[in-house]
Write a protein that binds this ligand. Structure first.
Ligand code: TRP
Length: 330
């Protein structure tokens, strides 16, 4: 039997190249060897964007299209919506008893996001989203969770909860599987502005849906080695967003550009133009698929609806097993 994978995205906007190298690319490769489930995390989206339901519902469609246009095949992969799976909400409540508030407060990703969004106080739902994410992963007993580096602390939360649950209610048996993270070879992509992370809310992202002109404008403004003022100055491609992207996206002549930068023989403008071409080549087939799905949105909604049905069959069984374990069916 194939092992099962679950991963997904918050529906708070379209996906970008950071998602692509950190997770999407991996999903496409894995879908042949694993039973793959992709969650459109619309409830988790509410933890930071509850005041903007219109953005969340638009993003459900857009994020689904992002996933389909990078090459996830709906015949192989189950794409579903978090808010349509009641067993996730139920499991979240049970798991919340097994999680301490302090451990959530100390979660490094929660802390980073609190800073990023400027939160002084946080909602109960935001603090607890790693618990709800544990339910996302375990309602279908996923073995592996392909994610970027920032999600590893959440996987730790999940592993801890599952172990406690099994200990407490299943006599130590693996009633629920303890999930493992699966990191891509590029777990985090820096932003165009040199920020350590490309982020939807940081304004430093190249979106999978960006057209050539937008791509060009963004790359031409990208952060480069600040100590390199003239073309003849010897540059440091490892400290330059453009240099790093050349390496990550493995442009054919990327190494030549890096060498020229180090020697002071190739200028930043030429280097950026080459990056535009490399990324354009990567994005073009993705844009083509996107155009198809954008012209057939009812097909996308149908894919999600059948994904919900399939996920619910599994979720209903899980929740029944879990209640049986806790209450011995009384
Ligand atoms: N937290 C993830 C993100 O911000 C999205 C997500 C929700 C997720 N549920 C998940 C990822 C379950 C992996 C597994 O991108």
């Amino acid at each position: 039997m194939k092992k099962r994978i679950l991963t997904g995205d918050r529906t708070t906007g379209r996906l970008h190249l950071g998602h692509y190298v950190g997770s999407l690319k991996n999903r496409v490769l894995l879908q042949d060897d694993y039973e793959t489930f992709i969650i459109l995390a619309d409830i988790q989206a509410m933890t930071t964007h509850f005041e903007n339901p219109a953005l969340i519902s638009d993003s459900i469609l857009q994020v689904a299209i992002d996933n389909l246009s990078v090459g996830l095949n709906p015949e192989k992969t189950c794409l579903f919506r978090q808010s349509m799976i009641p067993s996730i909400a139920e499991l979240t409540v049970f798991y919340s008893m097994l999680t301490s508030v302090n451990s959530l407060r100390h979660n490094p990703t929660i802390k980073t996001e609190m800073k990023q969004y400027g939160y002084k106080d946080i909602s109960y739902g935001f603090l607890g989203y790693p618990v709800s994410q544990t339910a996302d992963i375990t309602f279908l007993n996923a073995d592996l969770v392909p994610v970027g580096e920032d999600q590893v602390p959440h996987l730790e939360v999940a592993r801890k909860i599952v172990r406690r649950f099994n200990q407490m209610y299943a006599g130590g048996e693996a009633l629920i599987k303890v999930p493992e993270p699966l990191l891509s070879d590029v777990p985090r992509l820096i932003g165009l502005d040199g920020n350590t992370k490309m982020g939807k809310s940081l304004g430093n992202a190249i979106y999978l849906s960006d057209d050539t002109e937008t791509l060009k404008q963004k790359v031409m403004k990208a952060y480069t080695d600040p100590n390199r003022i003239h073309k003849t100055d010897k540059g440091n491609p490892e400290q330059c967003a453009v240099g790093i992207y050349h390496q990550v996206f493995q442009s054919r002549e990327g190494a030549t550009f890096a060498e020229g930068c180090k020697q002071g023989t190739v200028g930043c403008v030429a280097c950026k133009k080459h990056l535009v071409d490399t990324l354009d080549e990567l994005l073009e087939p993705i844009r083509e698929k996107r155009a198809f799905y954008e012209a057939h949105t009812s097909l996308v909604y149908d894919i999600i609806a059948s994904g919900n049905d399939r996920a619910n069959v599994i979720g209903n069984q899980t929740i029944s097993n879990i209640k049986h374990a806790i209450f011995s069916n009384r």
